[in-house]
Design a protein around this ligand. Structure first.
Ligand code: HEC
Length: 145
């Protein structure tokens, strides 16, 4: 076997191995997102996630990375307004902490929800929210093709 064939063989092996890994990661991510969409059923009575429409709770469009208290036209509690004034942003860590124990994280909130006690549920719903946001960003690119 020439040196070239050996290198080529190693390269092909490396490509196929990394291909397998990323496919698995993809499948896991898809599963997590699907689970998240089911967890979201617990929020649906009060929240819409795919359009800027407020119900009992503010809409959650692009919620990951959004500033607290930023849904237009929604009348937030003083608890949220105070946090918003402090500059609270719903990054993944803050969302997870809030969703675990809403009334502990946001004392005085009017969100009447006990919380998502399972870490897996919190991770899943955040993955679901992120997938919705990135699907929106990718859509125009698809059309341009
Ligand atoms: C019974 C109704 C109800 C349920 C169920 C509920 N929420 Fe809420 N949510 C609210 C209300 C009301 C607010 C506004 C809080 C305030 O102003 O104090 C809120 C606020 C929020 C905010 C802050 C939004 C912002 O603009 O700052 C997030 C994030 C949120 N909810 C996520 C969720 C998620 C995720 C679930 C499900 C796991 C959920 N909520 C379940 C009523 C609900």
């Amino acid at each position: 076997m020439s040196k070239f064939t050996a290198i080529l063989g190693a390269a092909i092996l490396a490509i196929s191995v990394s291909g397998t890994i990323s496919t698995t990661a993809h499948a896991d991510e898809a599963k997590l997102i699907k689970k998240g969409s089911k967890v979201f059923k617990k929020c649906k009575a009060c929240h819409v996630v795919d359009e800027a429409k407020n119900k009992a709770g503010p809409h959650l469009l692009n919620i990951v990375g959004r500033k607290a208290g930023a849904a237009e036209g929604y009348s937030y509690s003083d608890a949220v307004k105070a946090k918003a004034a402090e500059g609270l942003v719903w990054d993944e860590a803050n969302l997870a902490a809030f969703l675990e124990k809403p009334r502990k994280f946001l004392k005085g909130t009017k969100m009447a929800f006990g919380g998502l006690r399972k870490e897996k549920d919190r991770n899943a719903i955040i993955a679901y929210f992120k997938s919705l946001a990135s699907a929106k960003e990718e859509a125009p690119k698809e059309e341009a093709k």
